[in-house]
Design a protein around this ligand. Structure first.
Ligand SMILES: Nc1ncnc2c1ncn2[C@@H]1O[C@H](COP(=O)(O)OP(=O)(O)O)[C@@H](O)[C@H]1O
Ligand SMILES: [Mg+2]
Length: 312
């Protein structure tokens, strides 16, 4: 594919400056060497356990990291650097966040006013009504306050609000928490539609089962770095997956035996050198604790030194 990606995250790292109890300042690197490219019309799912760095990626792109964070690497949007000034101009317009929490809705503002973003012109009014309608929310929803919405309705309002801006890049950070499986599927189908209409969607989720149903590609995070990029269809056959951790995720899926993944994800401050899955990997070998490059393999990418024929 030679067209310019909408989003190109290159070797992203994030570290935080912290003070020890002795008031000595030190830096803690929590994200390293994250890479992901996203083109229009596609959904890339970011999966990984809690604490693996998914939200930090979203916040880094959106320019929403806390003041004590520093960034390394590059984030390109449509081919040029996404500087703090540029993201400020684009956020909420071309680049939107669909947040995890419905508490992002202003509790004191009626749905109609929120979705119109304060505008009162006829064109905005018409678009707001049509957009709500598209998500099964009739005109009567516009006069409701957030507390009067069911959880599923509030979630659809969040998506409708994002779509109102006609975004080119949608970042959804765990958009289906606590939703029943069929409701969650419905929400993800909305993201598929948004991508089909031309946007690029970065879908952050810990639900691999839903991710592989709706996404085009899946990237797997672990302990602050990326271990694999696979096409969603690779998950139909475990032998097509590349990293032992991704294979373990596959075996943990309900339809594949629900086998729990061994060991804990290491925390940033005591991460081993080399592959962060090293201490929990059944296939660990000499050199896994040395630097492991992220490389191309079978049409995807992997950070693993094993050969093409990693046994399951
Ligand atoms: N402000 C912060 N200061 C220090 N560490 C942080 C901060 N924010 C997040 N982290 C750490 O970064 C890691 C990744 O966090 P996060 O991106 O929120 O994970 P996820 O969204 O995958 O659950 C976690 O280990 C978390 O403790
Ligand atoms: Mg998160």
């Amino acid at each position: 594919m030679d067209k310019t990606p909408i989003l190109d995250v290159r070797k992203l790292s994030v570290s935080f400056s912290q003070y020890t109890t002795a008031l000595i300042k030190h830096r803690l690197q929590v994200i390293s060497d994250l890479r992901v490219k996203l083109y229009s019309n596609e959904i890339v799912a970011v999966v990984g356990a809690s604490g693996s760095g998914k939200s930090l990626l979203a916040h880094a792109i959106l320019g929403l990291l806390p003041y004590n964070a520093s960034l390394g690497g590059e984030i390109l949007y449509q081919g040029s650097p996404l500087t703090p000034k540029r993201i400020e101009q684009l956020r909420g317009k071309e680049i939107v966040l669909v947040p995890q929490s419905v508490s992002y809705l202003d509790p004191l503002m009626k749905v109609g006013t929120q979705i119109r973003n304060g505008k009162t012109d006829q064109e905005t009014q018409r678009k707001a009504t049509a957009t709500l309608q598209r998500y099964g929310l009739g005109a009567e929803t516009e006069v409701l306050y957030p507390f009067e919405l069911s959880g599923g309705m509030a979630r659809r309002v969040l998506i409708a609000t994002a779509v109102m801006a006609s975004p080119k890049l949608v970042i959804a950070d765990e958009p289906t928490p606590g939703l029943h499986i069929s409701a969650a599927k419905g929400v993800l189908e909305h993201f598929r539609e948004i991508a089909n209409e031309g946007a690029a969607v970065l879908l952050i989720t810990h639900d691999l089962e839903l991710a592989v149903e709706v996404a085009d590609r899946v990237v797997v995070f672990y302990a602050g770095t990326i271990l694999e990029e696979a096409s969603a269809s690779d998950f139909r056959d475990v032998s097509r997956l590349r990293h032992p951790y991704t294979k373990a995720l596959w075996h943990a899926m309900p339809q594949n035996g629900f086998k729990a993944i061994e060991g804990m994800q290491p925390y940033a401050s005591d991460k081993p050198r080399g592959c962060p899955f090293f201490n929990n990997c059944g296939f660990a070998q000499k050199n896994c604790d040395a630097e492991v490059p992220y490389r191309k393999m079978n049409g995807g990418y992997v950070r693993c030194i094993r050969g093409e024929s990693c046994a399951t």
